[in-house]
Design a binder for this molecule. Structure first.
Ligand code: NDP
Length: 280
């Protein structure tokens, strides 16, 4: 018996990275899973991995499309309920950072367009698809897990500022949705990952080779990155499943749970070597 036997789950952005690992873990734990994204070949590859790991094909549903499109959002919810009879868990994972290639922060000439793109994907699509899913989640006393980022936290970021703004707004949305929905016994929480090696950097336009170099370099920066390695998708999938598991996390409501190998607790002032300062 898997932990999620008989549960109907949607994982958005499951054609790659954190979402793919999450969908696979849910399926291994007995859930019926809708996987979705724009790249059909990646979704088919994941479908194959799920079947190989023992999930019956009848427990998997694929929806291809752009999550910022309202018709796609409706299709994801409607087809899931029609195929699996209900919806228990919605994981709003699809996300990406859009910036200008000169890293001009919020003063880029294209700033309003870039802000809109970041908000459309990382914030508005989450708000809208959750609203569409709401009656079904109320019917099952379901769970919502949003995927935010440590980019939302209380420090400034010059790199991809619009993305940080969107994820900070997403954290507030998580709290607002949690308050609204807990009255109907639906829990909403978020996971805020630190750096995880996925296609995330490549999706911002950084070539694969350079992305790998960045992940390798970050892993050597132990002062800013206390864990002994960069995160892997399963590190985050484990936390998502914990928050989606009512028995394990029932009393956690409206929280943004950081999973970052400790990087957010050593930023800024904490990097100053006080011992060295005293010895001068
Ligand atoms: P990946 O780029 O590997 O995966 C992103 C997923 O989102 C893909 O499945 C992609 O599918 C999907 N996606 C992106 N845009 C759209 C769209 N318009 N419509 C539908 N699907 C879309 O990145 P991660 O796995 O790392 O990212 C997952 C989540 O984790 C995101 O919300 C990200 O912001 C967050 N995160 C990631 C961190 C990291 O260091 N990796 C750190 C903190 C947070 P497709 O391309 O097929 O459309």
């Amino acid at each position: 018996m898997g932990r999620f036997n008989g549960k109907s789950v949607i994982v958005t952005g499951s054609s790659n990275g954190i979402g793919a690992a999450t969908a696979l873990q849910f399926a291994k734990e007995g859930a019926q899973v809708t996987i979705t994204g724009r790249k059909v070949e990646n979704l088919e590859k994941l479908h194959g991995e799920m079947v190989k790991s023992g999930t019956p094909a009848s427990n998997i549903h694929i929806v291809v499309g752009d999550i910022t499109n309202v018709d796609v959002q409706k299709k994801i919810i409607e087809e899931t309920v029609s195929k699996f009879g209900k919806l228990d868990i919605l994981v709003n994972n699809a996300g990406a950072a859009f910036g200008d290639d000169k890293y001009q922060g919020t003063s880029s000439p294209d700033s309003m367009n870039l802000l809109e793109k970041n908000l459309d994907l990382n914030l508005k699509s989450v708000m809208n698809i959750t609203n569409i899913a709401k009656p079904h989640l109320i019917a099952t006393k379901g769970e919502v897990v949003n995927i935010s980022s440590i980019a939302s936290l209380n420090f400034g970021a010059l790199w991809h500022s619009y993305y940080c703004i969107a994820k900070a707004a997403l954290d507030q949305l998580t709290r607002a949705q949690a308050l609204e929905l807990i009255a109907q016994e639906v829990r909403v929480n978020s996971v805020n990952p630190g750096i995880v090696a996925t296609n995330f950097l490549a999706a911002t336009g950084i070539p694969d080779e350079a992305s790998k170099k960045i992940y390798d370099y970050v892993a050597t920066q132990r002062k800013a990155f206390p864990a002994d390695r960069v995160g892997v998708p399963d590190d985050i999938a484990n936390v998502i499943l914990f928050l989606a598991d009512r028995k394990a996390s029932y009393y956690i409501v409206g929280q943004c749970l950081v999973a970052d190998g400790g990087s957010s607790i050593v930023m800024g002032m904490h990097l100053i070597d006080m011992k060295a300062a005293f010895s001068q």
